[in-house]
Design a protein around this ligand. Structure first.
Ligand SMILES: [Zn+2]
Length: 317
């Protein structure tokens, strides 16, 4: 499908309204489906039960809510202190286009391509973990879907830098071996953790494929996030949140496997801090960036704990 090239705003509108379309963590990734009817059927699909015919409604205690707010503070404080922090989405959107050959875009493209093979492994492990946590591993039907999803992820070969994509990353399901990455976005993700998070997000779209084959899991994640936050996280929004959650899980697995001198909280924050915006806008398909952080942390209390427990270290330069 065509994407408007007439500027970031028009491009985003085209992506959101007619490309169906799934902008990333971020509101900034686009998943272009092959069959329009599939896109319009997503909201209907949410009403179908997943593997749980009756679902317990999750909730958060006042204490958990307070910890969540504290963790958001850590993430967005690190956005200002960390020299390798990810640039906020709204700030990226305001930047001029970046040529492919600019040093920042080239460095970002090299980082993305270098991390792609590792991210594929981390993403698949995260997807399997999430399926287990949500009770889908015992379903033979879902296992078959997972096999196909994993095969799609393994077939992704490269990252294609694209100046016109600006601050967006996209997957076109007609070209499932490629992740298209805007040069501004490549340059704005200044750490391996930030890059892995976004790459894993895109891989989750590819895993879901053009038949929304992971829909039961995606819907379950959306339902839980809705219950926990009171936000409306259904339809396309649930896919974006599930992609973001996989991104955060993949980045955390990377951090665990590569201990270093930097604080854990600082590194964890990089996986979601592009959402620390001043201009906090959402739309029908996407939570606003700050609501996205809230939903992710509500879904992942372990991440909240790790961000907060590391608070002493986050004072380090
Ligand atoms: Zn997305």
């Amino acid at each position: 499908m065509n994407i408007s090239r007439s500027g970031a705003t028009a491009q985003r509108k085209a992506q959101r309204r007619s490309e169906m379309v799934f902008v990333a963590p971020l509101r900034r990734c686009v998943k272009c489906l092959l069959i329009i009817s599939v896109c319009f059927s997503i909201s209907l699909a949410q009403t179908k039960p997943g593997s749980h015919s009756t679902r317990a409604h999750a909730s958060m205690s006042p204490e958990a809510k307070a910890l969540l707010e504290e963790a958001i503070g850590v993430v967005c404080t690190q956005a200002k202190l960390d020299p390798k922090s990810s640039i906020a989405i709204d700030e990226m959107q305001a930047r001029p286009s970046l040529p492919l050959q600019s040093p920042e875009a080239r460095a970002g493209a090299e980082r993305a391509q270098r991390l792609l093979p590792l991210t594929k492994s981390l993403m698949i492990a995260s997807l399997q973990q999430l399926a287990t946590e949500y009770g889908f591993r015992k379903s033979p039907n879902f296992q078959q879907r997972m096999k196909q999803a994993i095969a799609r992820v393994n077939s992704v070969k490269r990252v294609r830098p694209d100046m016109d994509s600006r601050d967006n990353a996209s997957v076109y399901l007609s070209r499932p071996h490629v992740i298209t990455f805007g040069t501004i976005f490549l340059a704005g993700l200044r750490s391996d953790e930030g890059m892995i998070s976004v790459l894993a997000h895109e891989l989750m779209h590819i895993a879901d494929g053009d038949n929304d084959s992971l829909r039961p899991l995606v819907a379950a994640v959306g339902n839980k996030a809705s219950d926990l936050t009171g936000l409306d996280i259904h339809g396309q929004r649930s896919e974006e949140v599930a992609c973001d959650l996989i991104g955060a899980m993949a980045a955390r697995a990377y951090i665990t496997s590569t201990p270093g001198y930097e604080s854990i909280a600082r590194r964890l924050a990089r996986s979601i801090q592009h959402n620390c915006v001043e201009l906090d806008e959402g739309d029908e398909d996407h939570l606003s960036p700050r609501s996205t952080i809230r939903a992710l942390l509500a879904l992942d209390p372990e991440l909240v704990r790790e961000l907060i427990n590391d608070r002493e270290e986050r004072k380090l330069p």
